[in-house]
Design a protein around this ligand. Structure first.
Ligand SMILES: O=C(O)CNC(=O)[C@H](CS)NC(=O)CCC(=O)C(=O)O
Length: 295
């Protein structure tokens, strides 16, 4: 029990951070069911062990509603759902049903020219309202020594805009969330911008390859958390997907000191950790990181 009388006096005074790890397939409905199942188990467990007086932020992996298909199928999905906003609606419904702030991994959203989609992370409130959207800026056009070999995300994906509307924090009652996606993790500039705007939690929905994940994932996450002094919630795809692609999993939540608070190496499931604002304030106060170079 982490319940205390002060917490009961102050509704929503505690923030819980969670990541859901998925092995998403090429069927949107099955993926929605998997997410609902994980959310149901996660919120049930948390109700049983804990006060209801908290704010709960849950992050899903990149491409949470369609993964392991050809990129052209993501474009088809973006085109098919552009008018009725089906993907947004289903995710908003889940946020409301389970009373969480849902950082809904990424979904394909039809771009301005209709021949590409943005790989977008959307945030929904427990009321089912959309609070923000971030379109992935750094696209994964990379040669990897795995069975896929050559990734060319920019073929069907339109990169996110470099402006204050795309790069902006999402304010919730107790936490400012900075949104990033997967390959963005290799570019500290984005994290610095979000940090300057007042982010104290950064989310990293991902589908890291097994090869690059094993080599770099944990180190990059810890570096971003340490250098920006903030919590990181990283939710990954895991396993072997229908197109043979292998993803690394290892979803983790990292403290502003760089500690791995919790990690799920393999399989579908969830992890949670408590956000500690005093710990964050203490680290920032004892070790101010103001560089004369960042003016
Ligand atoms: O293509 C899709 O279906 C969905 N998109 C992804 O999986 C994206 C682009 S291919 N993956 C990454 O960014 C991996 C980054 C990575 O692994 C690294 O930085 O090492």
């Amino acid at each position: 029990m982490v319940n205390t009388s002060t917490m009961q006096d102050q509704p929503n005074s505690q923030v819980l951070l969670s990541a859901i790890q998925l092995s998403s397939c090429t069927d949107v409905e099955i993926n929605l069911q998997s997410i609902a199942k994980q959310l149901s188990q996660l919120t049930e467990q948390q109700l049983a062990s804990d006060s209801q007086n908290h704010q709960h932020i849950v992050v899903l992996p990149e491409c949470c509603l369609l993964f392991g298909a050809k990129d052209s199928e993501q474009l088809n999905l973006a085109q098919k759902t552009a008018d009725n906003q089906y993907l947004h609606q289903q995710l908003a419904k889940l946020a409301k049903q389970f009373q969480v702030y849902l950082v809904a991994g990424t979904i394909p959203i039809l771009g301005s020219k209709n021949d590409k989609f943005t790989n977008s992370s959307c945030v929904f409130s427990p009321l089912g309202e959309q609070l923000g959207q971030y379109d992935k800026i750094h696209l994964f056009d990379v040669e990897v020594t795995d069975n896929t070999q050559s990734y060319c995300e920019s073929r069907y994906t339109q990169a996110g805009a470099i402006n204050d509307s795309n790069i902006s924090i999402v304010k919730t009652p107790l936490v400012n969330i900075g949104l990033t996606v997967c390959f963005d993790l290799r570019f500290p500039q984005l994290f610095q911008k979000l940090s300057q705007q007042g982010a104290n939690v950064i989310t990293v929905p991902s589908a890291f390859t097994q090869v690059t994940g094993e080599a770099h994932w944990q180190t990059l996450l810890q570096a971003r958390a340490i250098e920006n002094q903030m919590y990181i919630i990283a939710a990954g795809q895991e396993g072997t997907h229908e197109n043979g692609r292998k993803t690394w999993g290892h979803s983790m939540i990292i403290s502003p000191w760089g500690d791995i608070l919790t990690c799920l190496a393999q399989g579908e499931g969830f992890i949670s950790a408590v956000y500690d604002p005093a710990h964050l304030a203490d680290i920032r106060q004892r070790m101010p990181l103001k560089s004369p170079l960042s003016k």
